[in-house]
Design a protein around this ligand. Sequence first.
Ligand code: MG
Length: 305
Amino acid sequence: METMSLPNKVVIREVGPRDGLQNEKQLLSTADKIKFIQLLVKTGLKNIEATSFVNPKAVPQMSDAGELWKLLSITSDVNFSALAFNLNGVKRAIQAGVKTVVVNVSASETMNLRHSNKTRKESLREMEEILNFAAKENTITRIDLSMVFGCPIEGKLNIDQISFMVENLLKMGIREITLADSAGLGNPRQVYEICREIRNRYPQGEFGLHIHDTKGLGMPNVLAGIQAGFEIIETSVGGLGGCPFIHNAAGNVATEDVVYMLHEMGLDTGISFPCLLDAGYYISGILGRNLVSRQSEICLGQIKG
Ligand code: MG
């Protein structure tokens, strides 16, 4: 029988404490966030985006970033990262002790201007400054390239708009770039073709995929990315969060659902599914709302009988 072409292992990077909670209306205490992160570590997750060093007025959920970082028990086997939007945020993150800083830049010129008041070229120049600063501080810089699979203002981007950013970022020494469907507007064919093309054009780069479930295409988009050879997938427990660009949109694709799918398909993630459910139920209780994850809802039904 002909088999599906898949990698042997997929790395799940949990972004619930950052992208998930950042888009939740309810403000959480730092202690609750720490407990949530501890439960995530217990699942076996080795990559967790814990917070973001952004303007606290714009994103009050993340105003405790420095304090939270101090309270994280950093161990060598879990790679915690934090997001920033500019040099100032990167400096704050590094000062707090962050060793992997994720910097967001948009593949869409319009969205980049709206978000940062900079053209993409201006952002690339700032990125060089950031990279130099971070390198001196022995800090890794990873890029979160947003709007790759569609922008709420510009619509679909063509491959050369995406390549322009990837190529320039790799040239300046960035090793890893996450292609993000920040608004959840991509479809599986497009995700497959863009991921494939970027991998073919830039074999020297490492690439991750960040998917939102706005239109219900989160799971097929993840699968399309994996089939295109992407081995790093960003998800949020419980499908936490929403989308800052689209009212009432769903959040990230749920970690439980992706892990369930991968395990069922015989792919290793190193993650304990029951522990993942526990982390989801904990945060669901704190937020006082049901999770969007299909797996956690099904399993909760089984527990309740
Ligand atoms: Mg996102």
